[in-house]
Design a protein around this ligand. Structure first.
Ligand code: GN1
Ligand code: MG
Length: 370
């Protein structure tokens, strides 16, 4: 279906004047739609849910419906009570003219439209300690928002998501494939990364074991709180919204903290090719954790705190493993613009994991002072 026709199926006032690719997502296709009338304009985000990744896009939309319903009610009650120093926001689903939450095209692909958070931007890297603090506050506030949501209102949108043992199993299965072995043997860097994984197999299941022992428990989490999913107000510099709600479901808060930290504390971001520039910025880390604890510290007990370091070390390892497995499997999951991009992304995440391991004492020290 023509994209313009598709965008016009949603119930937005005004005439559609532009539709342009938008954002840097690795999974879904995203466009900015601008609708104008005589006096003003409406900007909205049109997205195709990647059906190869999210095999049940209808469930993703039902989750989003229930999560936004819960959070919007809470946000409005808090705003009415003037609880906060700012207006916290969350995107809303824009219904179709027929009143549905999404449109299905002739290929069976699911398209949705959501409101754009205006006068705010997200960044691919941390801009300053103040920015990192606001990212922490935004994630902490999000955890507060979903903390009293009934987890049975959401289904697991992506079975296996953030189950590191499952990613290891998938990696092992990929290595049984002849083409994957060829790719592995063709590059010294790939073989180095494979050794890197072997040395960390025991550690990789640390959070899963803690959950099995009952030390950690699943709550509602975001699932993908990387820095460019955190909107910052253009006028005040404060965090205002968490976006990309596809993976909001039951999970460990630790995973969110680890994932946000891995994306915020590496100053050069996920696509750097010079590993010498990849590092773990402890100053940025301290600021992020301060903002996070301010909003979500009350949800953490001693066991939760005891596993924060493992989460911070694990998430770059897990994402590196996912990128590397996808490289060996022929780039089926994460979108690539050039060959070898997923291999490079894995190099960056493993380098970051190494930087974290080298600073273990100091990171644990900072965590114990929170
Ligand atoms: C994917 O699409 P995007 O960029 O928001 C991925 C995350 C990764 C991230 C790495 C559903 O998120 O888990 O951390 O890429 N999302 C999914 O950039 O797999
Ligand atoms: Mg995402």
């Amino acid at each position: 279906m023509d994209l313009m026709l598709l965008a016009n199926k949603f119930n937005v006032k005004g005439r559609l004047v532009t539709l342009v690719p938008f954002g840097n997502g690795n999974i879904n296709d995203t466009f900015l739609a601008v609708f104008r009338n005589t006096f003003t304009e409406t900007q909205a985000v049109l997205q195709r849910i990647n059906g190869a990744v999210f095999t049940n896009p209808g469930a993703v939309m039902r989750n989003m419906h229930n999560v936004t319903l819960h959070c919007h009610e809470k946000l409005e009650a808090d705003a009415a009570a003037a609880r906060d120093d700012r207006v916290w926001q969350m995107p809303r689903i824009i219904k179709t003219k027929e009143g549905a939450d999404f449109v299905q095209d002739e290929n069976g692909d699911v398209w949705r439209m959501i409101t754009r958070i205006l006068s705010a931007h997200a960044f691919d890297t941390a801009q300053s300690p103040e920015h990192a603090l606001e990212c922490g506050a935004a994630l902490g506030h999000f955890h507060y928002l979903v903390s009293d949501m009934d987890p049975s209102l959401v289904v697991n949108p992506l079975p296996g998501f953030h189950v590191t043992s499952g990613y290891l199993a998938q990696y092992d299965a990929t290595l049984q494939n002849e083409q994957a072995c060829e790719l592995l043997n063709a590059s010294m860097e790939a073989r180095r990364l494979a050794r890197y994984i072997e040395e960390r197999r025991d550690f990789a299941v640390s959070l899963e074991r803690a959950e099995e022992r009952g030390e950690l428990r699943k709550r509602m989490f975001h699932g993908d709180p990387k820095v460019n999913n955190i909107m910052i107000d253009d006028f005040t510099g404060k965090g205002t919204a968490m976006i990309d709600l596809d993976t909001v479901s039951a999970g460990l808060m630790h995973v969110d903290v680890g994932d946000a930290v891995r994306s915020i504390c590496n100053p050069v971001g996920e696509e750097e090719t010079n590993l010498g520039k990849v590092s773990f910025d402890e100053n940025i880390f301290g600021a992020f954790m301060k903002g996070y604890m301010r909003e979500a510290g009350v949800f953490m007990d001693a066991a939760d705190r005891a596993y924060l370091y493992d989460a911070i070390r694990l998430l770059p390892f897990e994402l590196g493993l996912r990128f590397f497995q996808d490289y060996l499997a022929g780039d089926r999951y994460f979108k690539v613009r050039q060959p070898g991009q997923n291999l490079n992304r894995a190099r960056v995440q493993f380098r970051l994991c190494e930087a974290i391991e080298a600073r273990e004492g100091s990171i644990r020290g900072a965590l114990s002072r929170l």
